[in-house]
Design a protein around this ligand. Structure first.
Ligand SMILES: *Cc1c(COP(=O)(O)O)cnc(C)c1O
Length: 383
């Protein structure tokens, strides 16, 4: 009765973000410049990595990372089917073939055994995804990569702030890509970041992000700059603007606060839902810090219909969602590669049962309790 709808996700934007954006808008320089450079510096400090390059999205970051390591048509890149389609799309852009390796049952991350089965002469890289913010098995993946001379490009769209064996995500794989889409752990509206320890890769990604031009455009317009530039590679228009970066700088200051709230709320969900027999809670495997970008639970679909559960929650004023529709089941991929149901049975089984509950710093503790109560109410009606 008149209860406010609780959306599945909301960004946390305060007055400081508004103030910093205003400053940029009035500064006379709107696109990539000093503010973006500062954002990259601060990001590097937070992650503890050598290089960070800002991009217009995580999708752009993944695309440029693949180009930087020299991926060509005919190559194969192994990734998980249990991800947002952007991960596989970035491979498609290069003309290479996305080769899916099924997931493991505990964390829904790419399975080490399945990766091993998919390596061929044509494999050049592996793109693991840190699903929901739970790091993939990076030690094993880096070992496979080393043995087979492959690159690891990590899709860490969910994993800003996550840690694997006490190291921050972004300091482990050859290249790591982050997203600042509005629902992610921090936002710049749209935006992404690449981190790496390799100078050559960072420089190449930087050049490719702005037309393949060898000098930053904004430096050309400074007094000491000149009008001369060269296009050295076929580049893209994937740069992040100073307007977006101004938001990012403020958001990055808040990341630890955001993560603590996410963890606290995840623990409340865990505590309050652990005895609900129709629900399986997310698990943590190994020595990791989970960012809780998502809080996905599995439903016992013999007792509850997943789609109806989401509809019923909506009627209670609660937004829930599904992450993800396995990529191989999308018509584009089915048609191009003849994928069919049954090709990746674990991803498909999890997909049919999974529901992401709302979890973000803008929620109050009372909202979490409300979600729990609504879940219990909806499940009780089923009996
Ligand atoms: C959101 C997301 C992306 C894409 O991020 P953009 O910044 O929107 O391009 C890629 N991979 C995963 C797993 C995502 O969730």
């Amino acid at each position: 009765m008149g209860k406010k709808f609780l959306p599945f996700a909301l960004p946390s934007i305060g007055e400081e973000e508004v103030k910093e954006v205003r400053k940029v808008l009035k500064s006379g320089w709107l696109t990539t410049g000093k503010v973006t450079e500062r954002f990259e510096e601060l990001f590097k400090e937070y992650i503890g990595c050598k290089f960070a390059v800002a991009t217009s999205s995580c999708t752009a970051a993944l695309h440029l990372s693949l180009l930087a390591i020299g991926v060509k048509p005919q190559d194969e890149v192994i990734t998980t089917p249990f991800t947002f389609c952007a991960t596989a799309n970035a491979i498609e852009y290069t003309g290479a073939r996305p080769v899916f390796a099924d997931i493991e049952e505990e964390t829904y991350n790419i399975s080490i055994e399945e990766i091993k089965k998919k390596i061929t002469e044509k494999t050049v890289a592996i793109i693991p995804v840190d699903y929901a913010g739970h790091p993939a098995q990076l030690k094993e993946i880096m070992k496979i990569a080393k043995q087979n001379s492959l690159y690891v490009i990590e899709d860490a769209a969910h994993a800003l702030g996550s840690e694997y064996e006490n190291k921050k995500i972004g300091s482990i794989s050859h290249i790591t890509c982050f997203s600042f889409y509005p629902t992610k752990n921090i936002t710049t509206a749209e935006g992404g970041m690449v981190t790496t320890e390799e100078k050559n890769l960072a420089e190449k990604i930087k050049i490719l992000s702005l037309h393949g031009i060898s000098r930053d455009a904004w430096k050309r317009y400074k007094k000491e700059g000149s009008w001369y530039y060269e296009e050295v590679l076929l580049g893209y228009k994937y740069n992040l603007t100073d307007i977006n970066s101004a938001i990012g700088i403020v958001q990055l200051k808040k990341i630890e606060k955001f993560l603590k709230i996410r963890e606290k709320y995840a623990n409340i969900y865990g505590e309050k839902l652990k005895d609900v027999e129709e629900i399986t809670l997310p698990k943590i495997k190994g020595n990791v810090r989970h960012s809780y970008h998502l809080y996905p639970v599995l439903l016992n679909t013999e007792k509850v219909n997943r789609d109806r559960f989401i509809e019923d929650l909506k009627k209670e004023g609660i937004g829930a969602s599904v992450h993800f529709i396995p990529v191989h089941l999308h018509p584009y991929y089915r048609n191009k590669y003849n994928f069919k149901e049954g090709d990746f049975p674990v991803a498909e089984k999890v997909y049919k049962r999974i529901v992401s509950l709302p979890l973000y710093p803008q929620m109050k503790e009372s909202d979490i309790i409300r979600v729990v109560k609504s879940i219990k109410k909806v499940l009780k009606r089923k009996k």
